[in-house]
Ligand binder design. Sequence first.
Ligand code: ADP
Ligand code: GLC
Length: 481
Amino acid sequence: MKVAFVASEGVPFSKTGGLADVVGALPKALAALGHEVEVILPRYRVTPQGASMPHAKSLTLPLGSGYKFAAVQSAGRTHQVQTYLIDCPELFDRDGLYQYRGEDYPDNAHRFAAFSMAALEFLKHSPNPPDIIHCHDWQTALVPVYLRNLYRGDSYFTQTSIMFTLHNLGYQGLFLPHLLPQISLHAGLFTVDALEYYGMVNLLKGGIIFSDFITTVSRKYAEEIQTPEFGYGLEGVLYARADHLQGILNGVDYEEWNPATDRHLAANYTPADLAGKVACKRDLLEKMGARSPVLTRPVIGIVSRFASQKGFDLIGAIAEQLAGLDLYIVALGTGEPAHEELFRTMAAKYPDKFLVRIAYDNALAHQIEAGSDMFLMPSKYEPCGLNQIYSLKYGAVPIVRATGGLDDTIEPFDGQSGTGFKFHDYSPQALLTSIQSALEAFQSPEAWRHLMQNGMKKDYSWASSARAYSQIYEAMQKDKA
Ligand code: ADP
Ligand code: GLC
């Protein structure tokens, strides 16, 4: 089948979080199953120039009362996947992907409307229409909205089905109603069965309503989002589409995330030979500025967007108690100022315990996975979470809250089987108790090695998830026939 991925970020071209990892890896796994896959991304300032494509030098995008113009570049073909970049410097040649200094760009709706329309217009340049367009999150939710409304009369797309993957219900793309004419949508779409949501335009809602099938990134999250606690007001819409909604767990690209081959590490290691992990721990502690590193002390790693989704208020509530324990906290992240401040303050107050880097740094993210004994993810909600799955492979034992993909991927350690530590209540005490259980287990080197190896031997490669997506693609095409 011909499958076109349309997404707002993808490794190695652009990344703010796990969406980019998925968009970098799932297409490869689908191509390995025999699908013809192409990926369409915006070209941001961080994205290297592609090769210009003479037949797609100037797409005309009628948006509101004016036109926007975009060129398409080829970013080449790797692992049988062709990537295209939509180049519109006025909209995408900026410092951030979605934000500048923590504030969303005020024209985000217009930026991603132009991108979504450009993707559709570009697809029409091919002699064969795609069988499937696979979109992701609110930034590309306008693809299904446009296709089933503006492009309804376009015979080119009559055989095309739309898959929409929800990576995070916490970001919906909410805008004022006067947006609609500016992005060429009819005011008639401002109803409760379409884009209207408590007086606002909700793009994610449009994606859910106008796509043929919806997936999200773990089985548990697929259930959670149909409840008020996790649905962020869209639980009813999702519940109404439950027969076209499925949770498929993300996989890991083990070409990128494998301690046996990782190029970012001071030493490589495997479950059978863990010597390299000690070298990684020493390297990490030195790199993070630990004065006379104590290698027998457990390191708890954190690599995260600093967003409230990730449970930083719980960490804040027990930070003083953590500082009193025999451990290192090594944290890497950027995001909401209050969470950055928490880590800065703790690092200044307890420089021997809290080793902090407020930054986005891919190599350091790998080094933290390798150099940590434990990895902390006390998320309030977590659609899938990739870091805990990377942690399993790197022998950094996950301590997680039992929500979404964290619950689906981590099994509590009972002394013999299991891969990590899991708590249920979203409370500081529950988190602290879980950390204390991990610290206690760490005192028995035999049992701890067993626990690490349990996790390192798990296989979360993409193949089985790609097969699950492929089956849905086929079912959607059957429905069309
Ligand atoms: P989310 O998508 O919600 O941010 P995931 O766990 O799915 O959470 O994915 C996060 C991805 O982003 C991982 O690949 C992680 O290593 C990476 N990441 C997050 N913050 C940083 C950072 N400050 N520096 C480098 N990589 C980061
Ligand atoms: C989102 C979620 C995260 C998930 C990622 C990739 O950003 O917060 O849990 O792993 O998307 O699907």
